[in-house]
Design a protein around this ligand. Structure first.
Ligand code: ADP
Length: 596
């Protein structure tokens, strides 16, 4: 349906009411004026009849009918009235405007009939005789109870109607002016109502566009003013709520963005409603672009998809491990919870993905380490226990056997001791929380290296191995002396251990770019290339039995790596099978020092 302006709805009804009122007043007043005129005319006619009746009655009593006509002719024009004298038989005895001889019997005329019955008769009708609308009043000429005749007076009432019409036309003219005024007023009133409404509408449109801080001006009208105030209050509250919602969303976005955990939420139809950068990275999608899309379109990980589906159909919280193959294999712990709307109905699910790859790796390392330590401890202990039991059960007769057994027990005990020493060293290094600056200082490197070499001099001599040391006296580096000594001791230990008789072990220290490099080179058996990357792992040994036989613990290089990393450096192993190895320690150089 076509909508109409309020002006066009109000204006016609105003006009209609005004015109209806005007018509009713005009009609009523016309009727009242007409009645008044008629009553006045009737009264007037009655008086005129009364004036005539005395003279006429006398003449009828005298039988002087001829003079009656004369009287009529005389008085009629003088009084501007038609006068008719009628005898009781209905015969017209005189008439001021017609020849009585030509006139028919008047006994049947309504006013005459009433007058003949002794009453005052009156009537209004069209007279064919004079061809006009007339008002008749008939007065009986009474002699006691007998009617001697009737005096009928009549005037045309066209004059009355003319007068009435002139009054009515004036009323209509005035009414027209009033109607125009009413139209103008109704138009103005309509405009007064609609203008503030139009302003309210514009204000509401402004609110809809988001300009909630521009309040509406309050119109004078009580009702529209109250509406405008309500709308302003509504806009203020809406503004406040929107600001709160935006603030909360920003906070949520900031929290989600800063989370290392992946977060994604879906609605009941598996449509994505929240996804943070971490989760988007895991799924290899653009976080903004996938919002609102269905889960199967985005997620290529069947475990995750199944997990979200299970969460949606569950009541409480679910947990599951999920593997992602984005940037290598990574293991995540998924926590899924059902989302509820304000009516506590399930409205979706949120899943938080926690990267436990490192944790699981550490767990595995720890488990492996405990198993290794147990194994490493068990071997010498079993050996010691075996020989002690043998000695307790039956002391060998040959004293050389007893001594051999004792030596084996002593060697195993040493092995046990070395193992525990290395474990303690590792544990101390791992627990070292003090920053390097507090435990290290700039030292000349040569004395440290000499100290380490000195510890091995006799051992090397026993094996016929020669140790060479090449280090500039001026070479300085920020180190913790005892740790670096321990580090070089371990490297020398291996170098001597795996060297052949009469071999040479060479310790060299020099400045290479930003590093000070200490290398320990031997001419021993060397290591096959496939083992090189794992040599610095705890308990990793190329030949377990040989290492044990030689008194190795499998922790020497792990300790070296730990110490060097504590100094902010790194280690490197190069080797040629059968030709020897070079183990190098790179330490950050003291940058103020000039190149050696
Ligand atoms: P171990 O106590 O067994 O020497 P390390 O951690 O010091 O333990 O060394 C790990 C393994 O690396 C050794 O078992 C050995 O197989 C190999 N290795 C270390 N240094 C040398 C070297 N100089 N020559 C040959 N192999 C070596």
């Amino acid at each position: 349906m076509r909508k109409q302006s309020l002006v066009w709805q109000l204006f016609p009804s105003y006009l209609l009411v005004t015109l209806a009122a005007l018509l009713a007043i005009t009609g009523y007043s016309a009727q009242a004026v007409r009645n008044f005129y008629h009553e006045q005319a009737a009264k007037d006619l009655k008086s005129r009849a009364a004036l005539v009746s005395g003279q006429v009655h006398e003449r009828i009593r005298d039988g002087d009918f001829a003079s009656i006509q004369d009287l009529c002719n005389e008085l009629g024009p003088a009084a501007d009235t038609r006068i008719t004298i009628i005898l009781p038989s209905g015969v017209v005895a005189g008439d001021s405007e017609e020849n009585p001889g030509d006139m028919d019997n008047h006994a049947g005329r309504p006013e005459v009939r009433e007058a003949l019955m002794g009453c005052l008769g009156s009537s209004m009708r069209f007279s064919k005789t004079v061809n006009k609308q007339m008002m008749y009043v008939a007065v009986p000429l009474m002699a006691d109870t007998k009617v001697d005749g009737v005096v009928r007076v009549a005037i045309p009432i066209t004059a009355i109607d003319d007068a009435l019409w002139s009054i009515l036309s004036r009323i209509a003219y005035g009414g027209g002016i009033v109607a125009l005024l009413a139209a103008g007023v109704s138009w103005g009133v309509s405009r007064r109502i609609t203008r503030p409404l139009a302003e309210l509408r514009q204000g509401a449109e402004r609110f809809a566009r988001g300009a909630l801080d521009q309040p509406l001006t309050i119109p004078d009208s009580l009702e529209i003013g109250a509406l405008a105030e309500s709308m302003n209050t509504m806009a203020r509250e809406l503004d406040e709520r929107i600001k709160t919602a935006i603030r909360q969303k920003n906070e949520l976005d900031a929290v989600l963005a800063s989370m290392v955990e992946g977060v994604l939420a879906v609605d009941n139809h598996e449509r994505l409603i929240i996804i943070n950068q971490t989760a988007a990275g895991l799924l290899d999608v653009d976080a903004e672009a996938v919002l609102g899309k269905y889960l199967p379109e985005i997620v290529r990980n069947s475990t995750l998809e199944q997990f979200i589906e299970d969460t949606l159909s569950s009541e409480g919280m679910l947990e599951r491990e999920i593997v992602f193959h984005q940037h290598g294999e990574r293991l995540f712990q998924g926590h899924g919870t059902v989302l509820h709307d304000t009516q506590e109905n399930a409205s979706g699910a949120v899943v938080v993905l926690n990267d436990i790859t490192r944790l699981r790796r550490l767990e595995n390392v720890r488990r492996e380490f405990v198993a290794n330590v147990s194994h490493e401890l068990k071997t010498p202990i079993t050996s010691i226990k075996g020989f002690v039991e043998t000695l307790l059960d039956s002391t060998p007769e040959d004293p050389a056997d007893v001594e051999r057994f004792h030596r084996i027990i002593a060697k195993q005990a040493d092995q046990l001791g070395s193992l525990i020493d290395d474990l303690l060293t590792l544990s101390r290094l791992e627990q070292e929380e003090k920053p390097l600056e507090t435990i290290a200082q700039i030292e000349a490197l040569r004395p440290t290296l000499e100290k380490a070499v000195l510890r091995h001099v006799s051992r090397a001599a026993d094996k016929g191995v020669r140790i060479e040391l090449h280090c500039d006296d001026a070479l300085e580096v920020r180190i913790n002396q005892s740790l670096i000594t321990q580090c070089i001791v371990n490297l020398l230990d291996n170098a001597i251990m795996y060297s052949e008789r009469d071999g040479v072990v060479c310790v060299t220290a020099s400045r290479e770019g930003d590093d000070v490099v200490v290398s320990v080179r031997d001419e021993g058996c060397g290591v096959a290339p496939e083992h090189l990357p794992r040599l610095f792992e705890r308990f990793y040994r190329v030949d377990k039995a040989r290492s044990r036989e030689l008194g190795g613990t499998g922790l020497g290089l792990a300790i070296v790596k730990h110490i060097v990393e504590l100094h902010g450096g790194h280690v490197e192993a190069k080797s040629t099978l059968g030709a020897g190895s070079v183990f190098s320690v790179y330490l950050p150089a003291n940058t103020s020092q000039t190149s050696a």
